[in-house]
Design a protein around this ligand. Sequence first.
Ligand SMILES: NC(=O)c1ccc[n+]([C@@H]2O[C@H](COP(=O)([O-])OP(=O)(O)OC[C@H]3O[C@@H](n4cnc5c(N)ncnc54)[C@H](O)[C@@H]3O)[C@@H](O)[C@H]2O)c1
Length: 329
Amino acid sequence: MKTLVTGGAGFIGSHLTDALIERGDEVTILDNLSTGKLENLESALTGGAVLIEGDITDRAFVEATLEKVRPQTVFHLAAQGEVQRSITEPAFDATVNVVGTINVIEASKAVGIDRFVFASTGGAIYGEGSNLELPASEEITPEPLCQYGLSKFAGEQYLALYRRMYMFNSVSLRFGNVYGPRQSPKGEAGAVAIFGELLMAGQNPTVFGDGTQTRDFVYIDDLIEAILTASRTDVEGQINLGSGEETSILDLLAALHEAGLSLNGSGPPEGTEFNPAFDRGRPGEVKRIAINPGRAARELGWNPTTPLEDGLARTLEAMGTRSGGITHA
Ligand SMILES: NC(=O)c1ccc[n+]([C@@H]2O[C@H](COP(=O)([O-])OP(=O)(O)OC[C@H]3O[C@@H](n4cnc5c(N)ncnc54)[C@H](O)[C@@H]3O)[C@@H](O)[C@H]2O)c1
């Protein structure tokens, strides 16, 4: 099977690429390396994946790439993924997430692909509307509180339109807060990556808000399994991929600290207290979210199986390996 992964050099995209190579696909990655990294692709490139560097906002480039690769399945993960940047630079957010997505959809349609899998968001799409009951199910009308949530919603709606107009076969997967090895601590969204790096360096975290805000954490391996399954079915519309459970940031910090201690010698420096300082809450962030994975269970047979403490321990372990223990100095 020939597959194209946009954003394949990123956190989720690189894990997806590894899994596609593992199942024997011929994989091409389209990425501008803005937040993605070549080092994420070490195993994928060795395994035969091809990286084509370029930007999804460049329509001619996207068309030429699809024309050249002629994939059967397209996984569209390239995006501007930062809530705060979407608020300060809404036009940039829309250019990448709406116009860029249209470019990828149009070029995919032109070469007659079989299946389009879109990385949407469960964390930022629902907002805090009066009809919202947690865990949020796909039937709830999205009322995002930030431009990023809206631009992802627009991507979903374009796909719904292309299904009506052209029978274009797609699915929109609404990811919870995905975490695991390779997630960048440089962005603002990866709470586990950011707090995990601080913990492993023996430093204290800063929490925006009072820490009682909740998120729905899902481990990367579980997510990848769901993405692969969704790509092989004809399930359409929107599907939540999360745990269905709310975890507060304060509970996450405690679980991280615990996971760090479980690593014995390879965890954080001895005596690390990991006491949070608090800063003002940030705009555009919901107070509480968890997304109901019921549809994924029914239609994909998917259930996330990695307990938070195991996923956190694996993530910290990978950070320790990557830094070669330097953080302990
Ligand atoms: N990580 C999460 O918790 C989460 C949650 C919900 C949705 N998502 C979505 O999943 C997808 C992957 O997220 P991630 O966490 O791996 O982020 P990431 O930043 O690690 O990956 C995004 C990739 O897209 C590439 N990219 C960005 N803009 C591009 C452009 N204009 N042209 C070509 N490539 C471009 C980046 O270089 C990077 O490799 C994104 O669409 C994101 O919105 C992620």
